[in-house]
Write a protein that binds this ligand. Structure first.
Ligand code: 2AM
Length: 185
């Protein structure tokens, strides 16, 4: 069994986020740079067949590239996670997160949660919210999303991408025809 979730990788932005966090009195245990991600949908434990079915179903999922401004901080008191996230975000992000959650639900995966609050967890075991002034201002430009497996190791948890899909605008039929005419006048 594998513990799975869909997320946007943070990649190029990760070192900047870490440098920003580490010069602040940020509460809790810092999440390592390699583990930073913006969760789209949590799936939980899945066997190999279910994982393969999930990957096959997601092949047909479309979403344009996403620009997400990370300009506020927050804290989930129950999970004790302190995070950075957007005040506002593109509706396409909600649509993608919901579609991926539904792909999981069709295979009896997920935790039944309906709400979606995009965030990048920067620390865990945080007993209080980060008190930050001035507000952050980072831009996460996502051009792919991935299915990750969460692996527990003696050195802590590690997230391994099992599959990634590009975020790209759907090609329009009309444009394809126009391109064809230009190619074959
Ligand atoms: P988060 O850090 O963005 O909150 C892998 O375990 C990831 O899935 C975690 O980093 C966490 O994302 C999210 N996650 C773990 N357990 C979860 C749960 N019970 N419900 C929702 N998301 C969860």
């Amino acid at each position: 069994m594998a513990k799975l979730f869909f997320a946007l990788p943070v990649k190029e932005l990760a070192p900047e986020l870490i440098a920003w966090r580490d010069q602040l009195p940020w509460p809790g245990q810092p999440v390592p740079q390699a583990n930073l991600h913006l969760t789209l949908a949590f799936l939980g434990e899945a066997d190999e067949v279910t994982t393969r079915r999930l990957i096959a179903a997601v092949e047909r999922q479309h979403c344009p590239p996403l620009s997400i401004r990370l300009d506020e901080t927050g804290w989930f008191s129950r999970a004790k996670a302190a995070w950075i996230g957007p005040k506002e975000w593109p509706n396409e992000l909600n649509v993608l997160a919901r579609a991926l959650r539904r792909h999981g639900e069709k295979l009896r995966l997920g935790n039944g949660e309906q709400g979606y609050r995009p965030h990048v967890t920067l620390s865990r075991k945080a007993g209080e919210a980060p008190a930050i002034l001035p507000a952050p201002n980072f831009l996460l430009q996502a051009d792919e999303f991935c299915l990750y497996q969460s692996i527990s190791t003696p050195d802590g948890v590690r997230y391994e991408p099992l599959a990634c899909w590009p975020l790209r605008a759907r090609r329009k039929e009309g444009l394809d025809n126009e391109e064809q005419r230009r190619a074959n006048p």
